[in-house]
Design a protein around this ligand. Structure first.
Ligand code: CAA
Length: 258
């Protein structure tokens, strides 16, 4: 499929999606969101791909929803079209793991999009924030909900109330990102990390993702039960048998995704 606002490539068993509106710092316009959804669908359907990396440019992962596209909308428009809904949460419905590789600005919808991925690898240049309040609105794609789950109430509240930008060091300290990587190495390291995931048994990686995500959707008791039953379910897989037999035989496992 041809895309206008993103670049799409495959590196081994990893799909790489690069947001590509450089003149607008990858502002998330409707066309970009549509492109992204289509690319994610293609990668989900492609058996060669086991994990996905979502990235932007050196200067910006994404500087938010497209302010110029939305500035003239009225309440009735955004309510009736359910603005920031169609396509926006697409990444959260992917069953294959999705890694966000963030360099430069991840602001507003950009920060929210990164948080929708399964984890965030940050370049040392990464800057995160929910500056919507500075333009007279509030976060609309999860910034008041996912950010507190990542960094706790105090920091999330301060960021949403002041629009303060958080640099990479603080983002790592507070748990928003899993690791900081020198900017020049970000894509290679993200691909290597995603390849590591893609080389695992695919159904097991998908199950692990589902189980971790359950931690944010339910009580601890229900989450533990979900994990336990999913763990039991892996015993129905050839790959679980292969993994344990390979360990005992001191060899590398050959997973068949079955
Ligand atoms: N929407 C539309 N265009 C944007 C944009 C956005 N979110 N962010 C940047 N741009 C455009 C600028 O208008 C500019 O275009 P022109 O060259 O045509 O003037 C171009 O990208 C480069 O931007 P700057 O000149 O501003 O670059 P800078 O380096 O001086 O500043 C920045 C960078 C601090 C990120 C600044 O661009 C900025 O503050 N951007 C807006 C950030 C923001 O408020 N994001 C929240 C959006 S609302 C939202 O996301 C709602 C939601 O929750 C879903």
């Amino acid at each position: 499929m041809a895309y206008e606002h993103i670049l799409v490539e495959t590196r081994g068993n990893v799909g790489l999606i690069t947001l590509n509106r450089p003149k607008a710092l990858n502002a998330l316009c409707a066309g970009l969101i549509e492109d992204l959804g289509n690319a994610l669908d293609e990668m989900e359907a492609n058996d060669e791909i086991g994990a996905i990396v979502l990235t932007g440019s050196e200067k910006a992962f994404a500087a938010g929803a497209d302010i110029k596209e939305m500035k003239d909308k009225e309440y009735i428009d955004v309510y009736m079209e359910n603005f920031i809904t169609k396509g926006w949460e697409h990444v959260t419905t992917c069953r294959k793991p999705v890694v966000a590789a963030v360099a430069g600005y991840a602001l507003g919808g950009g920060c929210e999009m990164a948080m929708m991925c399964d984890f965030i690898l940050a370049a040392d240049t990464a800057k995160f924030g929910q500056p919507e309040i500075t333009i007279g609105t509030i976060a609309g794609a999860g910034g008041t909900q996912r950010l507190p789950r990542y960094v706790g109430k105090s920091k999330a509240m301060e960021m949403n109330l002041t629009g303060r930008i958080m640099e990479a060091d603080e983002a790592e300290r507070s748990g928003l990102v899993s690791r900081i990587i020198p900017a020049d190495d970000l894509i290679d390291e993200a691909i290597t990390t995603a390849q590591k995931i893609a080389n695992m048994s695919r159904p097991v990686a998908m199950a692990a993702k589902e189980a971790v995500n359950r931690a944010f959707e339910t009580t601890l008791k229900e989450g533990i039960l979900f994990e336990r039953r999913t763990f039991h379910a892996t015993f129905a897989l050839e790959d679980r048998k292969e993994g344990m037999e390979a360990f005992a035989a001191k060899r590398q496992p050959q997973f068949k995704n079955r």
